[in-house]
Structures are given as structure tokens and as C-alpha cells.
Ligand binder design. Structure first.
Ligand code: NAD
Length: 469
């Protein structure tokens, strides 16, 4: 736990555990409800401290942060892999993305532009000169999930700091060490101390105090749909940015060549054992390609090595908890009972599940309708583009979708008619670079991340009007 830029030690500890063998990954102090009030008090001072910093100062701190993260790559990667369960190679990739996110945030600190307003274009505007600028929104509460404990926390607190806001980061309890290490890296980068606060502990215990605190001006949350809805209901008069779940789909259109993308679709379904908000979950394949695609996909799935995530050669690490393994299995069993075919995978050893290809599930099954968050690809066939678009849109979620086609007219139609925050042509929905606008429609969220867009969310427009005679 970090309050006012200082690490606080207490005897009450959060112990994080390695999902592969349940061994202790590390421990940090557990924040209590009174710590929430202390963190908000510190952040209030942080807001004043930040008001004395220039955009140049903030940018420099964030660039220093990028350098520190880069230097500490291996330390961060081992911690992330140990407490989250992604493979060590995936964890290194997350750190390298976080370096970029810090760099983009540093650049955005220098781009807080405003504009003049042509006041005298209005009948009563004669003699008035107007301009608007962007000012910090105030204290930012950043609540982040377990699956990208470094980069997705940074997508919140990097832009917050760039815009001149102090933050209180509440990392997922199971990845508390990574959250605290990120806070420490901010301090080491030269951040103003009171702006940096990290509350490690249980979301359900600390959540109400943090979310309802009147001095918190913006809550930026990444996590599950239900917690997001609860926060939105309780937040009161605050800004909220919600990055929630999804059951992302990819369409393999009639003109596509399965051999060209099947490896990439497998990567989209099984990387991080399917625990990515934009993991491919539903694959809709034109009926003329279906059997060939399913065979090729099963070959890819069988070739992946599942096991200990800290082993350099592992492709698919464990699922985060035994409860999640049991839930995923029960959803697969339900689909099979309704007539789906388990083509391969589904062997369970501890929390490791081998990659599953499930063909022909009902559109009403949970493996289709709900967010699966496990190493499972559900493959169904479609007749024509109308049907494929309807199937993709038959979801309460809408984060990103992918479409494989080389027909420009078809691509444009899918891009226009799929309801999602992003549509990727000839790419899986997992694709993300950290500067792009990223977020969902429907129950996948409210607002956008990507430093430029997050900075917009985290600033207010302030108008100044001069009457100069
Ligand atoms: P989660 O909702 O269980 O937890 C997310 C965070 O919320 C954690 O820090 C948790 O401690 C906190 N929390 C829990 N209850 C709270 C409460 N009552 N008040 C305040 N905070 C509370 O999610 P998770 O299991 O960590 O992450 C997986 C989910 O996150 C999936 O649904 C996934 O799709 C989603 N996700 C979305 C994106 C995106 O960008 N859209 C990215 C990654 C993950």
C-alpha cells in the first residue's frame, strides 16, 4: 500500500498466490476502510502539488517512468507471471506495452490544447472574446483487473498524471504486488508524492468508501460487467469510465482462406489462457469452409504446450482460479449436453486446461452468450453475411470484433453494421496498440482509453470570456 508516495507497512497482509501451484507469490499490506480516507486526503494535497508542475514536468516524470519500467522488465515480468498466471513470455510483452503506454502518456501531457470561441458570431456576443482550455478533472480513482495488472493500471494512472490529476490506484487483490511496484516506479520517476496512492486489498471491502467519496471526481474502472454496473449505480455525481467484458467474435467470410489466419485465431483464443477482455470466443465460419477450418484449428490447438507459466517453452498457462476452471468446464458440459461437439482439449490438471475447440454450440448456450474467459474457441457456421452480422450482434457486449475477408464491399458492410467499439478487418479482435481509441458499446462499457482519449475523459473544459469593451 502506498499513501502520499510512502509505502505503508502493516501486519495485516494480502498474500498473492501463483495460480499454477498455489504457492505464495508475495505479500503486501492490506488497506482498510480508514486508509481510503487517508488516500483521498493525500490526493487532495497532490492536486495542489500538481498545479505547481508544468506540462513539461509531468511529461518528464512519465518518460522517466517509461525508462524505469524498461529497466525493471524482468522483475515486473516475473511478478506478473507468478501472481496472474500468464506465461513469462506474455508477461514480458505486457511490460514492453506498458513502456509504450507510459511514453504515449508523456507525449499527451504536452498536448492539452484548447481553442478560441467566436463569441461575436452570436447576436449578443459583441465585445466578447472567449477561449476554452482543458483543466484536470480532480482526484482519479483507478480500479484495475487481474489480467493485465501493469499495462491496464497504467492506462488509467498514466493519462491521469499527464492531465495533472492525482490518483488512487486499486489493483485487483490477486495482483497486488504488481500494483504496488507500479506505484513505487512512479515515485522513483520523480512524481509529486501526494499524487501517488495505491490501495492494495479487497475491492468489495474498499469499494463503497472509494466509489462514493465526494472528493473523488472520476472513477476509471476496468473489470467485469457486474462490478462495473454496481460502481456506476453507487458513484453518484462523478464521471465514470467503464472498460468491461465481452464475448468477442471473429467472422471467417466466404472468400477468406482458412490457412491464412487459423494460427492467428488460435492465438486470439488461447493466449493468456483466454483471459483477455478481447479474446476471441465466438468464431463464425462460412458453411463452405466450416469443416476445413475446424480441422485446422484443432491441429493448432493440439500443438500448443500447456503448463507452468514460468517455463519459457509454455504457450498456455493456468486459469486464474479453480473456481474459474470449474465454471468453464460446466459451461462446456452444458453446450455438449445440448449437442455441441468437443473436438479437442478440455483436459484439466490443477488450474491448467488444455485448449478447447467446441463446434456447433447453440446460440443460446452460455459459451456463446456470456463471457467465457478461458481457453475455449466456440466455432459455428453461417449461411450468408446477413446471418453472420446478426450472430455477431446477438450479444449484450460490443468491445471489438474481427472479420476476415478480401472483398472491400463486404468488409465495409461488416465495419458499419457490427455493433462494437472497434471492428478489425483481416485481424483478430485481440489486436490493440496502446495509442488507439479503445472501449466498448452496449454492456462492454462507457468511454474510451488510449492516452489521448483517456486524457479527454480526465479533463474538464473550462471557458473564459473577456468583455474588453
Ligand atoms: P473484477 O470485476 O472481478 O475486478 C476488477 C477490479 O474491481 C478489481 O480491482 C477488484 O478488486 C475491484 N472490485 C471488485 N468489487 C468491487 C467493488 N464492489 N467496488 C470497487 N471495486 C471492486 O474483474 P477481474 O476478474 O479482475 O477482471 C476480469 C474482467 O475484466 C473480465 O470481465 C474482463 O473482460 C474485464 N476486462 C475488461 C477490459 C477492457 O478493457 N474492457 C480489459 C481487461 C479486463
Amino acid at each position: 500500500m502506498i499513501i502520499a508516495g510512502k509505502t505503508i507497512e502493516s501486519t495485516d497482509r494480502v498474500v498473492t498466490r501463483n495460480p499454477y501451484d498455489n504457492s505464495a507469490a508475495g505479500d503486501v499490506s492490506r488497506a482498510s476502510e480508514p486508509d481510503v480516507a487517508k488516500a483521498v486526503e493525500a490526493a487532495r494535497t497532490g492536486l495542489t502539488e500538481l498545479s505547481h508542475q508544468t506540462a513539461y514536468d509531468r511529461s518528464k516524470t512519465l518518460l522517466n517512468l517509461a525508462g524505469i519500467l524498461s529497466q525493471r522488465t524482468e522483475q515486473f515480468a516475473r511478478t506478473i507471471a507468478s501472481e496472474m498466471g500468464k506465461t513469462i513470455r506474455e508477461a514480458r510483452a505486457e511490460v514492453s506495452r506498458a513502456v509504450e503506454t507510459a511514453t504515449w502518456s508523456a507525449e499527451e501531457a504536452k498536448r492539452l490544447y484548447g481553442s478560441t470561441v467566436p463569441m461575436d458570431a452570436a447576436p449578443t456576443g459583441k465585445g466578447k472574446t472567449g477561449l476554452f482550455m482543458r483543466v484536470p478533472v480532480g482526484i482519479v480513482a483507478a480500479i484495475s483487473p487481474f489480467n493485465f495488472p501493469l499495462n491496464l493500471s497504467l492506462h488509467k494512472i498514466g493519462p491521469a498524471y499527464a492531465a495533472g490529476n492525482p490518483f488512487i490506484l486499486k489493483p485487483a487483490e490477486s495482483t497486488s504486488m504488481t500494483g504496488e511496484m507500479l506505484g513505487q516506479a512512479f515515485i522513483d520517476a520523480g512524481a509529486v508524492p501526494h499524487a501517488v496512492n495505491v490501495l492494495t486489498g479487497s475491492g468489495s471491502k474498499l469499494g463503497l468508501k472509494l466509489v462514493t467519496h465526494p472528493d473523488v471526481r472520476l472513477i476509471t474502472f476496468t473489470g467485469s460487467r457486474d462490478v462495473g454496473e454496481w460502481i456506476t449505480r453507487n458513484a453518484g455525481l462523478k464521471k465514470v469510465v467503464m472498460e468491461l467484458g465481452s464475448n468477442s467474435a471473429v467472422v471467417i467470410a466466404r472468400d477468406a482462406v482458412p490457412e491464412d489466419m487459423v494460427k492467428r485465431v488460435a492465438l486470439g483464443g488461447y493466449s493468456q489462457a483466454g483471459q483477455v477482455c478481447i479474446s476471441v470466443q465466438r468464431v463464425y465460419v462460412h458453411e463452405t469452409l466450416f469443416d476445413r477450418f475446424v480441422d485446422l484449428l484443432a491441429q493448432q490447438a493440439r500443438a500448443l504446450k500447456s503448463g507452468n507459466q514460468l517455463d519459457e517453452s509454455t504457450d498456455v498457462g493456468p486459469v486464474v482460479s479453480r473456481g474459474d476452471v470449474d465454471r468453464i468446464k460446466s459451461w462446456i458440459d452444458e453446450a455438449v449436453a445440448h449437442g455441441a461437439r468437443r473436438v479437442c482439449g478440455g483436459d484439466i490438471d490443477g488450474n491448467v486446461m488444455t485448449p478447447v475447440v467446441l463446434a456447433g454450440a447453440r446460440e443460446t448456450d452460455r459459451v456463446i452468450q456470456d463471457e467465457l474467459f478461458g481457453p475455449v474457441l466456440v466455432v459455428n457456421k453461417f449461411r450468408d453475411d446477413d446471418q453472420a452480422i446478426a450472430m455477431v450482434n446477438n450479444s449484450r457486449y460490443g468491445l471489438q470484433a474481427g472479420v476476415y475477408t478480401n472483398d472491400l464491399n463486404r468488409a465495409w458492410r461488416y465495419a458499419r453494421e457490427i455493433h462494437a467499439g472497434g471492428v478489425l478487418i483481416n485481424e483478430i479482435p485481440n489486436f490493440r496498440v496502446d495509442l488507439m481509441p479503445y472501449g466498448g458499446v452496449k454492456e462492454s462499457g462507457i468511454g474510451r482509453e488510449g492516452p489521448r482519449f483517456a486524457v479527454e475523459e480526465m479533463t474538464e473544459i473550462k471557458l473564459v470570456v473577456f468583455h474588453l469593451g
